[in-house]
Design a protein around this ligand. Structure first.
Ligand SMILES: [Zn+2]
Length: 58
């Protein structure tokens, strides 16, 4: 419960809202969805992935 989970702050361009998406258990991708419309988002981690902490989802 108290475990720190890595997350990314994402601006969902679809609804102009900010939300956090969390690293999956495998540590391979950040996954989440838009809090308003439910649009799914996945950002892969690692080579060719990203090290940025903030995103705008389009
Ligand atoms: Zn949305």
């Amino acid at each position: 419960m108290d475990q720190k989970r890595k997350f990314l702050g994402v601006n969902f361009d679809c609804c102009k809202v900010y939300a956090r998406i969390y690293l999956n258990p495998e540590g391979t991708a950040y996954k989440g969805m838009c809090p308003r419309c439910g649009k799914r988002l996945e950002i892969k981690v690692g080579p060719g992935g990203t090290s940025s902490r903030f995103f705008t989802a389009r």
